[in-house]
Design a binder for this molecule. Structure first.
Ligand SMILES: Nc1ncnc2c1ncn2[C@@H]1O[C@H](COP(=O)(O)OP(=O)(O)OP(=O)(O)O)[C@@H](O)[C@H]1O
Ligand SMILES: [Mg+2]
Length: 310
């Protein structure tokens, strides 16, 4: 008899920039999802191949078994590196420790990790990604059903987030077509100074539509389906929160993509302390503002909803 295949949802937490709170959000999302329902399980995966530290965020010692073992031993299955945590229904796949070897995994290794992740049995899988816009990070982001971008209200972070959205979207488009001419145009468009006059995704879609109307329509459809979730972290004022909406408008205007603004977290001494004490906020038994905002973010992501301000 065929095995019952459980539907699972994969979430990826990215940010383009370092130190914006990706691991903090991924950890607490994992805990909230694992605790929301007794029958649901979650696996947190440290996919920050160059700087694994999710175990520390969870308050665990350096794990014995990590993704490096999975990559080093072709006979190992990804299930062999799934570790239990102190939270019921929450498991962890720890990132590589000897990062020099795996920070830039070979193509075949990357495919092995991606396939492994898809084969995992859990209701929710949460990937904590590294900073930057390398293809490795983007490919993990594109694997997810829902990609989350953490942004802090600083020009550098906002700029990196736009760059991340654009790079991820172009890479998705490139996988959609087999026509080498169109692939070349997409590659060229990635360079802002390209000689085709394509500056933004909407112009790329127009350009491709003129080459091949059918592919143009496919790319338009892909733009409609591409829905990164924006989380603003470390906000200090109401004006900071509005950045979420202005980013959404700018993406629609220039990229033809509509991200969902799913929530924000205030700049909060408690967050810093929770990380120092290695005790995630979602395990504090705390029902303060930070926890409420984390739950709002988690619900909005699960329900395909957006932040509603009172
Ligand atoms: N809402 C917040 N309020 C106060 N401090 C915060 C908040 N969010 C994050 N921080 C601070 O930012 C630091 C970095 O957070 P975190 O490690 O989650 O970022 P990251 O994006 O995963 O970084 P990296 O790119 O290095 O993986 C934390 O140690 C904490 O001190
Ligand atoms: Mg991190």
């Amino acid at each position: 008899m065929g095995q019952l295949i459980r539907e699972k949802e994969i979430f990826a937490v990215a940010g383009g920039k370092g130190g914006v709170g990706k691991s903090f959000l991924a950890t607490n999302l994992g805990i909230i999802l694992a605790r929301a329902n007794r029958d649901k399980s979650a696996i947190l995966i440290d996919a920050d191949l160059g700087g694994a530290n999710l175990h520390t965020c969870l308050g665990l010692p350096t794990p014995e078994t990590t993704l490096s073992d999975f990559l080093r031993h072709p006979s190992m299955r990804i299930d062999d590196v799934v570790l239990r945590t102190s939270v019921e229904n929450l498991s962890l796949i720890s990132g590589a420790q000897d990062f020099l070897g795996i920070a830039n995994p070979k193509y075949t290794q990357k495919i092995r990790i991606l396939r492994g992740i898809q084969s995992l049995r859990a209701d929710y899988i949460i990937l904590d990604l590294g900073a930057g816009t390398s293809f490795n990070t983007i490919d993990f982001f594109l694997l997810a059903d829902k990609g989350i971008l953490v942004v802090v209200p600083e020009p550098t972070s906002i700029e990196n987030a736009y760059r991340f959205i654009k790079s991820a979207f172009y890479r998705r488009l490139k996988f959609l077509t087999t026509d080498p001419r169109i692939k070349t145009v997409i590659d060229k468009a990635m360079d802002r100074k390209n000689d085709l006059g394509i500056r933004v995704p909407a112009e790329l879609i127009d350009y491709v539509g003129r080459m091949d109307a059918e592919v143009g329509r496919q790319l338009e459809q892909a733009a409609r389906n591409f829905r990164p979730r924006i989380v603003l972290n470390q906000v200090r004022s109401a004006a900071d929160i509005r950045i979420g909406y202005s980013m959404q408008n700018a993406c629609m205007k220039f990229f033809g993509i509509k991200p969902d603004f799913v929530g924000y977290l205030e700049n909060d001494e408690q967050v810093w302390q929770s990380i120092r004490k290695r005790k995630p906020i979602a395990l504090n038994g705390d029902s303060g503002k930070c926890m409420r905002n984390l739950v709002t973010i988690s619900n909005n992501i699960l329900n395909d909803a957006e932040l509603k301000l009172d």
